[in-house]
Design a protein around this ligand. Sequence first.
Ligand code: UD1
Length: 367
Amino acid sequence: MIKTLLIAGARPNFMKVAPIYAEMKRRGDKFAPMIVHTGQHYDAAMSDAFFSDLGMPEPDINLGVGSASHAQQTAKIMTLFEPIVEAEKPDWVVVVGDVNSTIACALVAVKMGVKVAHVEAGLRSGDRSMPEEINRILTDSISDLLLTPSPDADDTLRREGVAESKIRFVGNVMIDSLLDHLKVSERSNIRETLGVVAGEYAVTTLHRPSNVDDRATLEGIIGALIEISNQLPIIFPVHPRTRQKLADFGLEDRIAESNVRLIEPLGYLDFLRLYSGAKLVLTDSGGLQEETTVLGIPCLTLRENTERPITIEMGSNVLVGVDPKKILSEADASLDGREREPQIPPLWDGKTAGRICDALENPLHGH
Ligand code: UD1
């Protein structure tokens, strides 16, 4: 039996852990998985809704760490996770993505001599001012098995001197969840509730500290969104961090008078139903760049860099930055249909969890 602790901490982790857990349960003669939720995200809308939408059981363990500064949050996760590893003595700790929970649990496990597998390894934005970039670099450098979503990630790891035997190209596990739930998401009535019709609205999400914590940047982005919304109404599910900043900077009234509609964060199925019908997505999310690529929905990424360049090379993503003029001109270009035909990157095929389990069963084979 391969005893595995699967770490889920923040919203973008849940749709990566769900297919791995399900595949391990299908291989119940080989794997004994447990889900450890660090509690980094804890609101019903940011966490519980995802467990139920994705068909995951309640986490076996919830560390309940909640929000704090980076150092405090990371330290708290480490302190609370150490006795879990001590008690459970797992064969593997599997971490996903690039959030504080990812590095915290990887660091604890590796120092206790437990093998660590990093799902979504090898992604780099090249921007060390992003907390996630630090988490990615550190997690990759201490993990035993680096499970990558795209060939550019393999190249990056090789360039960084990682041994070939540790790298395994498995594809994008988030897309397993997307393809598994696309059909069932049609039962969501979110479009009807919001009174929007497929192809006649845009969707926005924003939560990066670099975009929302700085007044001038956030004001510029919101100004551009308001202008775009004169052509195409925008639905904007608002992350708690962003909600707070919109209030701090007094931007809510301006938005209320426009066709940008602020709503609460949505669960997995409602959000899938919403963006899958969008004419255009404007976002600073990492996952949404990938999800829109698979569905062929034009995506404008409101950042200066991306750790997911394959979504630009092959997919429907355009890196726009945060200059309001550039956002407007790229939105115009997209709405005019000046787009090329997107392609789906290799191994974004809904079968990545199977390849992850194969790799954990045979970590040294495949080379
Ligand atoms: C975290 C991740 C980021 C990921 C994002 C997805 C890190 C460093 N960042 O950023 O990579 O893209 O999650 O959402 O791990 N809050 C709530 N309820 C919650 C969670 C957060 O109200 O359930 C509020 C708190 O005020 C908190 C703030 O949001 O201080 C930020 O939360 P935090 O988990 O620190 O970072 P995110 O911005 O969510």
